[in-house]
Structure formats: C-alpha cells, structure tokens
Design a protein. Structure first.
Length: 239
C-alpha cells in the first residue's frame, strides 16, 4: 500500500519505511531508559539521606558517652566520633580541669601538647585554643583573640588573616555570640551559622561549624538532647 501511495504522491516518492520503524521503536526504548535513570537517581538520593541519618545517630551516641563521662563539660566533647576521640578528650581535660573548651577536637598527645601551650599563653581563654596543632596556629589564635578580647571562643580554629576577617565579620553580625562564629571561612558559612542561630536563639555555641541545612538539623536534634549544654553539639554532623 505504501508503494502505491509513494508512486501516486510525489512528496512521498523517496520516503523510506525504515525511518518509521526506527522512530516507533526508539520512542518507547527512550522512555523506558529515562524512567530507569530517574528510578536510580531517586534511590541514590534516598540512600544519601539514610546514610546522613546513620552518621548523625552514631555521632550522637559517641557524644553522649563522652558527655556522661565529663558531666558539665559538654564543650570538651564537641566533635568526638569514636572511643579513641573520647579517650583523648578525657586525657586533655584532666590536664586542664575546668577548661574543657580548650580540649574540643584533640586526637593525640601532640594535639594536647599544642592546646596546653596555647592555653598558658591565653589563661582563662581555653575556648580560643580548641583545635590548635602548631605554633603557627597558636600565633593566629592570639592575633584573633587580641582583635576580639573577651570572645576567644570565636577564634577557635583560625589559621590565617582571611580566617580572622571572616570570624570578625560573623561576630559583628551576631554580637555576644562569638562561639557560633568559630570555624567560619566564607560568607556562605556565616549565612548558615546565622540561619542556625535564629532557630536556636541564645545558643550560638551549638551552631559552630554548620555548613548546610543538614548540619543545622543535626545541631537542633542534638540541642534538644542536651538542653543547656549546646556547646557539646558543635560539629555533630561534620563527618
């Protein structure tokens, strides 16, 4: 029939029937392919969400173990992820009793030595010394501290002049909540910290280190587990 149609209608004279077969065959195959891709993508996103929940639950478990070993010193426990981390924090804490904030993040004897060296340069401001690893780190912390006296917590983790500038910018946006600003490096970090802070007003310490909505959700979940000890929640979802 198509042959007769092609011979009688000139525009179809050179038409190839195989083109129709290709199109008819290709469309369902492409549709099936796109559905498979969409299904795989959906499973991948769900898997990532589930993994994040597992990571956060594990972090909270370790945090609770540390906290109940050092009641009243939640700050020292911020960031612990394992039994080894908890052991390091406890060793540091008993070297600097009453200054748990300085011990947050220590992992080894070398870390503890650096923290102690920093602490004795800035007595009474242990929070500023959290995370120092070297003389260069201590120098940066001291420079930051003297720019923001009385707000050492904001200076924890600074490594450079750029870090100090970011911390100062954050601090003046959230005066009186220097602890929330510890670890900020960029405008995006500051925006995340502010978003977290206004969800937990007056509890900036819990917001230190947040980078995303997932981090904020983890900080809030932790906060309601430890009301009054928000500093322990800093970095709970940073894995």
């Amino acid at each position: 029939m198509l042959k007769a149609l092609r011979s009688s209608i000139s525009p179809l004279r050179n038409f190839d029937c195989r083109v129709v077969r290709r199109i008819v065959f290709t469309l369902p195959v492409m549709e099936i392919y796109m559905k498979i891709v969409a299904l795989i993508s959906g499973v991948f996103v769900i898997s990532l969400s589930a993994f994040a929940s597992v990571v956060n639950a594990r972090n909270l478990t370790e945090l609770k173990k540390c906290y109940y070993d050092l009641p009243g010193d939640g700050t020292a426990c911020a960031g612990v992820k394992s039994a080894a981390d908890i052991a390091a924090v406890k060793k540091c804490y008993y070297d600097l009793p009453g200054n748990g904030a300085a011990c947050a993040g220590v992992k080894s004897a070398a870390d503890i030595a650096a923290v102690k060296k920093c602490y004795y340069d800035l007595p009474g401001n242990g929070a500023a010394c959290a995370g120092v690893k070297s003389d260069a780190d201590i120098a940066a912390v001291k420079e930051c501290y003297y720019d923001l006296p009385g707000n050492g917590a904001a200076c924890a983790g600074v490594k450079s002049n750029a870090d100090i500038a970011a911390v100062k910018k954050c601090y003046y946006d959230l005066p009186g909540d220097g602890a929330a600003c510890a670890g900020v490096k960029s405008d995006a970090d500051i925006a995340a910290v502010k978003k977290c802070y206004y969800d937990l007003p007056g509890n900036g310490a819990a917001c230190a280190g947040v980078k995303s909505d997932a981090d904020i959700a983890a900080a809030k979940e932790c906060y309601y587990e430890f009301p009054g000890n928000t500093a322990a929640c800093a970095g709970v979802n940073s894995d």
